[in-house]
Design a binder for this molecule. Structure first.
Ligand code: ADP
Ligand code: ZN
Length: 645
């Protein structure tokens, strides 16, 4: 149950993340190939060892060979020979399970015959027989070096394998320049030789464009500056919210100058392993130097460039190393070498001051939300390649979309084109544009509830927002109330922001808070305190934020004109006493607005019931219809909220 005021910038979804190409895909393949090759070798290694050990553990294999060679006496023959006293001498080798038999009458130089014997026979039959027949015999185990030989062979094989393994590694390292150099292997920057984007594609941020026009000249004709001894700047910091066109602008500079565009995102530096980020920075600058003149773009530099030694647990080694490397690189080249570094951030306040020193990012260019004319310009850029019906007024769209970034506007036209195609129309009409704006602001439409009790409750909640908002002077007018859910919201009340930017008064803020509380107030009044729902969670969050801002930043409470907090919540260090005073003031404001909202609901119960019936019946009430109905009930907008100080 969102109270949707389009002015609030936090509601603008930015889709630009989707257009960024995924750096992971292209680089991952090479190592995989090496891995597969190594695996193959590994299998071979195992096979080899298996064969080896098989060979070693079967000495009988070699014995059978000898047996076949000297197949003159068998074991039973030997027993017979012993019994018939034909044997001169027997040498028994129990390990090798052989008996060397010298027969009587055998020549001195003739080799004794080797006979295989079974271990079981050694102590039993054979020995008994030899003793009985008084044949001289010896039991002498042969020097058994088979184990030692096996060990040596295994070692040699292992050594060979290791050598081969190394050779493979070195070869593949040579081929792809990766396998041996892990830090390098995942350098995740992108390079575009030609961005193909010109300043024509960038609209609505003319001041930034103008300031950066000069950078194009630096890159194109550095001699213009060096000839008169001017130092060319190295770094420019683009400051602005996401989706305002910082990346686009950087690409356009590279495109206009006709130089390569290198880009990397600060969040990609934040890796688990210490040293990887620093090595990426080194790589990036190395590549850039090889391709100078060129432009390096570092998105989300705050991810690495946060002040050192603060934040989570007193600092992050990896981030600091990366930042230090970045500083070293920035110091290490002269701007005259034709490299310009452009970094983007939404939070310049958290950046390490060292980054902003002369010779580093010493120029700051603000890229802000586009104004009315800017939005129209951006819409024109993105309407160029689309079929837009003649009845569509881009100016009217621009009017309806304060707070939208360039990315939001590009998104609106894109969504509108999709709706048009889906509806099989020839050109984008205002209907598609309106649907697209709603979608960009609040997400996709769902199907309305059928359950009548919750539907009724949601209807009261939304009408509560609408009527309290309308009856508090200074609130934006209702554009429509709907029960068609979108995104997380079950129902929505839309308000049209009246003005373009401008300052917001205290009364307007109070009216906004009361309007936000109107939903919950209606639930309470109609269904009772016990029946209120979680639907107001989002409203309450916004209420608290607004009220707190009034107290701590805008000096709109009894605490006076003191800035107690800035954008950096963590830096506020007021005393316990002040903290409780702030709390007290916030509560005071919220309670006051809540009372006001309840009063409005109570006094207009009849009109509310009628509106709820109508809403349940037709699911959407347009702003005009809403106001007409209020007129029928002779209800008019009240005086602005007044809160005693
Ligand atoms: P940022 O880098 O500030 O987050 P991007 O440059 O990535 O924003 O913007 C995303 C997309 O939104 C761009 O590719 C472009 O299509 C559109 N866009 C944003 N700002 C502008 C602009 N000022 N003019 C034209 N198109 C814009
Ligand atoms: Zn609500």
């Amino acid at each position: 149950m969102k109270n949707c005021s389009k002015l609030t910038s936090e509601q603008n979804p930015t889709q630009q993340t989707m257009t960024k190409n995924d750096p992971k895909t292209s680089k991952a393949k090479q190592p995989q190939k090496n891995e597969r090759a190594l695996k193959g070798w590994g299998q071979l290694v195992i096979g080899w060892m298996l064969i080896q050990s098989l060979l070693i553990s079967t000495p009988s294999l070699s014995q059978t060979k000898t047996e076949t060679k000297t197949d003159k006496i068998s074991y039973s023959q030997l027993i017979q020979d012993i019994e018939s006293d034909r044997v001169a001498k027997v040498e028994i080798d129990p390990k090798g399970q052989t008996a060397k038999v010298t027969l009587k009458g055998q020549g001195e130089d003739e080799k004794p015959q080797e006979i295989p014997i079974f271990k079981s026979n050694l102590n039993g039959e054979l020995i008994t027989k030899l003793r009985d027949n008084q044949v001289p015999f010896e039991i002498s185990p042969s020097a058994d070096n088979s184990a030692a030989i096996g060990l040596v062979t295994n070692l040699i094989v292992l050594f060979l394998l290791f050598a081969i393994f190394l050779a493979i590694l070195r070869r593949s390292a040579g081929a792809s320049g990766q396998a041996m150099n892990f830090g390098k292997s995942r350098a995740r920057f992108q390079m575009e030789a030609k961005t193909g984007i010109t300043f024509d594609a960038v609209a609505g941020i003319d001041e930034a464009k103008e300031e950066l026009q000069e950078v194009v000249t630096f890159l194109k004709q550095p001699e213009k500056f060096t000839a008169i001894g001017a130092k060319i700047p190295k770094g420019v910091l683009l400051v602005g919210p996401p989706g305002t066109g910082k990346t686009l602008l950087a690409k356009a500079i590279a495109g206009e100058a006709g130089v390569p565009f290198f880009s990397i995102s600060g969040s990609e530096f934040v890796e688990m392993f210490v040293g990887v980020g620093a090595s990426r920075v080194r790589d990036l600058f190395k590549k850039a130097k090889e391709n100078a003149p060129c432009l390096i773009f570092i998105d989300e530099i705050d991810a690495v460039g946060r002040q050192r030694g603060v934040g989570y647990g007193g600092g992050n080694d990896e981030r600091e190393q990366t930042l230090n490397q970045l500083l070293t690189e920035m110091d290490g080249f002269e701007g005259n070498r034709g490299i310009i570094v452009i970094a983007a951030t939404n939070r310049p306040d958290v950046l390490d001051k060292a980054l902003m020193r002369p010779g580093r990012f010493d120029r700051q260019v603000i890229v802000d939300y586009p104004d009315l004319k800017g939005r129209q310009g951006i819409l024109e850029v993105h309407a160029r390649d689309k079929k837009v019906d003649e009845e569509v007024s881009l100016e009217a769209i621009a009017r309806r979309t304060p707070g939208f970034t360039g990315a939001d506007l590009a998104n609106v036209l894109n969504e509108a084109a999709i709706f048009t195609a889906r509806r099989r129309k020839q050109a984008i009409t205002m209907t598609e544009i309106n649907d697209a704006i709603d979608r960009v602001v609040a997400g996709m439409e769902g199907t309305p509830l059928v359950d009548s009790k919750s539907k009724r409750l949601i209807a009261y909640h939304e009408i509560g927002h609408a009527i309290v908002g309308t009856l508090c002077g200074g609130h934006d007018p209702v554009e429509k109330v709907t029960l068609i859910p979108r995104g997380q919201a079950k129902g929505l009340t839309w308000f049209t922001p009246d003005e373009e930017y401008g300052l917001t008064t205290r009364n307007q803020l109070l009216a906004r808070i009361a309007g936000l509380l109107g939903g919950r107030a209606a639930e309470e009044m109609i269904f009772g305190e016990d029946e209120v729902t979680t639907g107001a969670g989002n409203d309450i969050e916004k209420v608290t934020y607004l009220a707190r801002q009034m107290v701590t930043r805008f000096g709109m409470s009894e605490l006076g004109l003191v800035a107690l907090e800035n954008d950096n919540h963590d830096e506020s260090d007021y005393s316990q006493e002040i903290a409780s005073k702030i709390d007290h003031q916030v509560r005071y404001i919220v309670d006051y607005c809540h009372d006001k909202a309840q009063k409005i609901i109570q006094e207009n119960r009849n009109a509310i019931d009628r509106l709820v019936d109508l809403l349940i019946d037709q699911e959407t009430i347009e702003g005009e219809e809403f106001r007409q109905l209020l007129e029928e009930f002779k209800i008019s907008v009240e005086q602005p909220l007044v809160i005693s100080r």
